[in-house]
Design a binder for this molecule. Structure first.
Ligand SMILES: C[S@@+](CC[C@H](N)C(=O)[O-])C[C@H]1O[C@@H](n2cnc3c(N)ncnc32)[C@H](O)[C@@H]1O
Length: 349
């Protein structure tokens, strides 16, 4: 296990000097950021941007005033974006284990504090497989984010359990990572380049869902998924027929969520008040809420909107008095679309 840490530190500390040195497109963000991220990203220092190795968009909407933890924060790009979005009343803590990455992050703290007019970001050296040793209080973060890091750790189940413990009730783990359509063979797991490039440690999607559920995140929701093409002949040959995906998931810490989507005859109307989503709000890849339109929802979706920071932005209808059975459309197939378009109906309602 220490071997993995050393080789990852080596890869992100010494081997890679900037995102141009990556050998595949696994640690690249394949989706153009929405305007609210783009505006904040434009204010992040070039040096920080050039040492970004994330694979997705990890900062959800409606984060003003939140306390955020970024796991594997690297040179700090997402922390400095989040810093602006949470504002002076929020705060951001980044944890990473690689000195060189932390140095870039810390070297640009004063630059960003001057530019934003406040200093609400802190970087801590630490191993996210030992989050329980970092002196964070249980139930103390509103939102935990992570960008292309969980694949690099050995004990993914433990990390998910610790994340669950650190989140406040109704808090959320929102993160992008690399997934595969099968478990990665051991010989590929031992390939340092493939591991460093975020491929060999990829989470087999069904293992991930089971780890998440065992950690207390009963109903994981995919927000976006894209196939990874690798773009390197030699490495493509090594991985053979394994398909990889870059996926953003959101996991709510809501104790009452049920293992399946149950129908209580409930409905919600989006009020159109979330900044950055005034005409429609997407909770995940199969819940699109146009402003003003009444939408039937399962009990879990109702809770994800009613028990969280989204409550004031929706109008809620119905109760828990009558149960009508399973919500139509629940399924258990692989939730990613090999052809590239986002899935609509493969997973639960
Ligand atoms: C693919 S890079 C992503 C960095 C950053 N999230 C970004 O988007 O630029 C992976 C980062 O995770 C860090 N990392 C990997 N395993 C870690 C662990 N067990 N504990 C802390 N940091 C870790 C590495 O040092 C590296 O900075």
């Amino acid at each position: 296990m220490n071997d993995i840490h050393e080789s990852v530190q080596d890869y992100y500390g010494k081997e890679l000097k900037s995102s141009d040195d990556l050998k595949t497109n696994a640690c690249c963000t394949l989706t153009a950021p929405p305007t609210y991220i783009m505006e904040a990203l434009n204010k992040v220092h070039d040096k920080v941007q050039s040492t970004y190795y994330g694979c997705g968009l990890t900062i959800p909407l409606q984060v003003e005033g939140l306390r955020i933890l970024d796991l594997g924060s690297g040179s700090g790009r997402d922390c400095y974006i989040a810093s602006q979005l949470v504002g002076a009343n929020g705060s951001v803590v980044g944890v990473d284990m690689t000195d060189e990455q932390l140095k870039i992050a810390n070297d640009h703290k004063a630059y960003h504090a001057d530019l934003f007019g406040y200093d609400n970001v802190e970087f801590i050296k630490g191993n996210i497989e030992s989050l329980d040793e970092l002196n964070f209080e249980a139930n103390s973060f509103d939102l935990i984010i992570s960008n292309c890091v969980l694949n690099l750790v050995n004990d993914k189940q433990k990390v998910l359990k610790d994340i669950h413990n650190l989140l406040k009730p109704s808090g959320e783990f929102y993160f992008s990572d690399v997934y595969s359509d099968c478990r990665i063979p051991v010989d590929l797991q031992n390939d340092k380049v493939l591991w460093g490039e975020c491929l060999s440690g990829a989470l087999y999607w069904n293992d991930f869902l089971n780890f998440a559920k065992k950690s207390g995140f009963t109903d994981p929701r995919a927000v976006e998924n894209k196939p990874i093409t690798i773009d390197n002949k030699e490495l493509e040959e090594k991985v053979g027929n394994i398909s990889f995906f870059s996926v953003t998931y959101r996991l709510f810490k809501i104790a009452e969520l049920e293992s399946d989507c149950e129908d209580y005859g409930q409905a919600v109307v989006y009020n159109g008040t979330i900044q950055g989503a005034l005409s429609a709000y997407d909770l995940d890849d199969h819940h699109h809420f146009p402003k003003g339109k009444m939408m039937l929802v399962c009990g879990n979706t109702y809770r994800m909107l009613n028990d969280t920071r989204f409550k004031d932005h929706f109008t809620f209808y119905g109760s828990w008095d009558t149960h009508y059975g399973i919500f139509e459309g629940c399924g258990g197939a692989m939730p990613f679309n090999v052809n590239g378009a986002d899935t609509e109906a493969a997973s639960c309602c």
